[in-house]
Design a protein around this ligand. Structure first.
Ligand SMILES: N[C@@H](CCC(=O)N[C@@H](CS)C(=O)NCC(=O)O)C(=O)O
Length: 202
């Protein structure tokens, strides 16, 4: 049984979605930063004291997207394809973490996450400019095929869509990127995504 440490209102959502797609049994150990949870109490298995973390038997992992690669590898194809496509999964996953997430977060903190008085509109605008540049690239790729690797959904789609999910849900303007918008809608409406979203959105 996979043990996902975290709460659905955190990046643990990504791992819950991955476990749902993989069809693997999992348990959520609710530790987090919302009232009623205690992140001030150390997350004993994560030296960064952050969520999520995963326990799978004797293996302990941190970093949500790495956890997802592990979960997908357990399920195998089609969620985690083999050969060159496995390298493409790594490419898109690292792109999500390094090229996309910092700009999503810059926009998100200043558009909806921070208390209104602490938001800086200019920061949100910079985040949006930088994210838009990546979404233009993504739109061009998704004009060539419905999912990142081809005809079918893989963990590459899940990792990138889960990084974009908060912005998609909270009013980011995806209209200039119609292929990205259609792909995000398709990813987030998958039955496994809906089961994970129900835990997060209620
Ligand atoms: N890169 C890490 C980021 C983990 C992270 O920042 N998690 C947040 C919750 S979504 C957290 O634990 N924040 C508490 C803190 O930073 O003290 C990952 O993807 O797992």
């Amino acid at each position: 049984m996979l043990k996902i440490h975290g709460i659905p209102r955190s990046r643990a959502f990504r791992c819950i979605w991955a476990a749902e797609e993989a069809g693997l049994p999992y348990e959520v150990i609710p530790i987090g930063f919302l009232p009623g949870f205690k992140l001030e109490q150390a997350v004993a298995i994560n030296p960064n004291n952050k969520i999520p973390a995963l326990e799978d038997g004797g293996l302990v992992l941190f970093e949500s997207l790495a956890i997802n690669l592990h979960i997908a590898a357990k399920a195998g194809a089609p969620l985690m394809p083999a050969g060159d496509d496995a390298s493409r999964v790594m490419q898109w996953t690292l792109w999500s973490a390094t090229e996309v997430e910092p700009h999503v977060m810059r926009w998100s903190y200043n558009a909806y996450l921070k208390p209104e008085a602490e938001r800086v509109a200019a920061e949100a605008a910079v985040g949006k400019d930088l994210l838009d540049a990546r979404l233009r690239v993504l739109d061009g790729e998704l004009a060539q095929r419905p999912f990142l690797l081809g005809a079918g959904f893989t963990i590459a789609d899940l990792n990138l869509a889960s990084v974009l999910y908060g912005s998609w849900l909270n009013g980011y303007d995806y209209a200039p990127f119609p292929k990205v918008k259609a792909w995000m809608d398709a990813c987030m409406m998958r039955p496994a995504a809906l089961r994970a979203r129900k835990q997060r959105e209620g």
